[in-house]
Design a protein. Structure first.
Length: 185
């Protein structure tokens, strides 16, 4: 999963870097040449729509999604394990729902031959196809994590459910920060 996470992060980073370059070029062209590329905002929307599911995948793998730890960390280990299992299953269900929605949207776009209401009049089938791929990437990560959580539950391995699917503890965060600091030094 670490390679999968890294690939998602790299693709997202490259997309955002390219978008930054295009926005910078647009800004310079407007100021110096009084000319616009007319559509950078459209590209920005597509980049966010495609990049968000990639970030969702990274967040799921890293266990970086927001949780309220105040009660979670005070619960018995078995209760934590059950909540972590439910969390993994709920995230996978959400991912499948979003993928289904993206697929239906793409199907309707194809059926009606929809184009963007922008100067470029982009056929929406292209950016929505990329969006669907991004959603599939997120869904695959979420489903794999849910299957892993279910396997731990079937083995009655509460420790693995807490360790691998629970929110990071203060000690985990401190260890991660110290290792990052050590790597930079």
């Amino acid at each position: 999963m670490q390679t999968y996470k890294r690939a998602c992060a790299i693709v997202f980073g490259l997309m955002m870097t390219a978008l930054c370059a295009v926005v910078a070029a647009e800004t310079v062209m407007r100021k110096l040449l009084n000319h616009s590329l007319a559509g950078v905002d459209e590209l920005s929307g597509y980049a966010i729509a495609i990049g968000a599911p990639l970030c969702f995948a990274v967040t799921a793998i890293e266990r970086s999604h927001i949780r309220i730890n105040l009660l979670h960390m005070r619960m018995p280990r078995a209760a934590q394990a059950v909540l972590n299992l439910l969390s993994a299953l709920a995230l996978a269900a959400l991912a499948v729902f979003l993928l289904t929605f993206a697929f239906r949207t793409l199907h309707e776009t194809q059926m009606f031959g929809s184009v963007a209401q922008t100067p470029w009049m982009t056929p929406l089938i292209w950016p929505q196809s990329a969006w669907l791929i991004g959603m599939a990437v997120f869904t695959l990560a979420a489903v794999i994590l849910a299957v892993q959580a279910v396997l731990h539950a079937l083995r009655r391995d509460a420790g693995a459910l807490v360790r691998e699917f629970g929110p990071e503890t203060v000690e985990d965060e401190l260890s991660s920060e110290l290792s990052d600091l050590e790597a930079r030094a």
